[in-house]
Design a protein around this ligand. Structure first.
Ligand code: SF4
Length: 185
């Protein structure tokens, strides 16, 4: 939830402080709202700590302190959408669940679609379907993390690093990106 619309560099120091202070959902649930809000600063989007606090309390009272692992229940909590539910399922429970963040969406779009408008609702749905279709049977955690890292470090928004990219042989966007790079040279 800290990573929703926030870069990793900004989140890391705060995450460490947060985990030291609230090492379990139980400690978070019993914290005072004002302390939770103060600990979250300066990440912004202040509705997120309130929701996280509320989720912790719900889990303690309604689910015996165990965070549910199924998508439907996770998404019934305010503040957990498709991306966060996928991240929790994949990273915390090792389930075969897709995650589409900005970086993953860019990689999938370039590899399987190539060009066009990436913002339409139908295309967003298509990218979610693709992300589910390409999931391996095992090591989903590693696969999702690798896809996110590929988008963050290689298939970046401007000037993707195609020459070192493992997806180059099958990438629909590669010819266009290679042309653009040649034009820049
Ligand atoms: S070949 Fe280039 S455009 Fe295609 S996925 Fe790799 S970095 Fe992105």
């Amino acid at each position: 939830m800290m990573l929703q619309q926030t870069q990793v560099d900004r989140v890391l120091p705060k995450y460490e402080e947060w985990i030291r202070k609230y090492p379990s959902l139980g400690t978070l649930a019993s914290a005072r709202p004002a302390d939770v809000a103060r600990t979250w600063r300066p990440l912004g989007y202040n509705v997120r700590p309130r929701r996280l606090h509320w989720i912790a309390r719900e889990v303690m009272t309604r689910y015996d302190g165990e965070l549910p692992s199924d998508e439907t229940t996770l998404r019934s909590f305010k503040g957990i959408g498709a991306y966060t539910a996928g991240a929790i399922q994949s990273f915390a429970f090792g389930r075969r669940a897709p995650i589409v963040d900005t970086n993953v969406a860019r990689v999938l779009f370039r590899v399987f679609v190539g060009r066009g408008d990436r913002t339409t609702t139908s295309l967003k749905k298509h990218l979610w379907s693709l992300s589910a279709a390409v999931l391996p049977r095992q090591n989903v955690f590693d696969f999702n993390q690798a896809l996110m890292d590929l988008g963050a470090m290689v298939c970046v928004s401007r000037r993707p690093q195609c020459p070192i990219c493992p997806m180059r042989p099958i990438c629909e966007a590669y010819p266009f990106e290679a042309d653009a790079e040649r034009n820049r040279a």
